[in-house]
Design a protein around this ligand. Sequence first.
Ligand code: SF4
Length: 403
Amino acid sequence: MELYIHIPFCVKKCRYCDFLSFAGKEACFKDYIEALCAELDSYRTLIRERGLDTIFIGGGTPSILHVSLMVQLLERVDSLIAESGAKPREYTIECNPGTLDREKLRLYKKHGINRLSIGLQSANDAELKLLGRIHDYDCFLDNYRFAREEGFDNINIDLISALPGQTAASWERTLRTVAELNPEHISAYSLIIEPGTPFYEIYGEDSENAKFRNQSGTVDSGDGAGSIPPLPDEDEERRIYRMTSDILSEYGYGRYEISNYSKPGFESKHNLGYWTGADYIGAGLGASSYLCERGADGRLKNAVRFKNTGDLSIYLAGKPDRTEEEKLTGRDLIGEYVMLHLRLPKGFSEDEFVQLFGQPADELFGDIIKKYVDMELMEKTDGYIRLTESGLDVSNSIMAEFI
Ligand code: SF4
């Protein structure tokens, strides 16, 4: 089983961010860690039964926590690891530049954290400023070097493309600058303009400035940060998207999920778990859990998704308020399995499909699979069904047909 631990605090809210995170809540940190430790304790029996394969402390900005509170949390996690009877195969913490120092890094290392995920987003300082990040590239570079010097040999760097004012040339500079540092893993997502964010006010479909999305010139940010450029137009966005895989492959990075690249053997085990239907427990504000039940014959019987409250004051009062969000059975389970696996260039194994669902994928989806194989958007090779490179580009519309 996987364990996700959410730390919903940041120094400042980025202008594109719709994650469950708050700035300016330092006064709550102590109570939050106490509530979180109590919630973690409630999973002891489950952890004893199912073990802990991977752990991921994410956010927010987990590295915002100062050492004394982090010690409290990591000691509690240590006790859960002891309960599970084996060390996790992968133990990651998310960090943001500007909140990391050598003392914190040493502490993470001491408690067995063996992977760092650092949110850089761009190597271009002007783009970082537009995003509302608290750091510049040099600050990231210092943090990255500290991490290497402290012995971290498995580091992910998060990047975002299709930023306001970004050209294919500036994205290429970011990719090459980062790849030359030789991190083991790079995540490269495209910017999504999410409702409720400052960027939505500027670029959202129904915002006053909607027309501005792909025009030239600048518009006032509306939040006192001055003028801000339009998003790349569709052609430029496509160029940006397509060049990512080509450039990263020059540096030895393989694409193993639509937006994730790694050196061989450094694929994120935790994230692969999410994408292949592993059980996971989410602890902390708004965290989700997913638990499957299998029959004695190995077939998937059902799965349940839970979610903790997203209300900070309720959580701080010691009530995670976990509610069942969704129960998946029959066809829903199959749709979820196919959808998750089609995000992976490897696709899904036809044999595993029969093992889990008791019938061949072709019996259920033969017509859809044939249609996309004929269009060269899907392929069936070596017992796997997968999207081709062109299929991955239009994955959302294909996946929708399997649900
Ligand atoms: S650091 Fe990450 S979680 Fe925090 S506000 Fe920025 S994007 Fe959101």
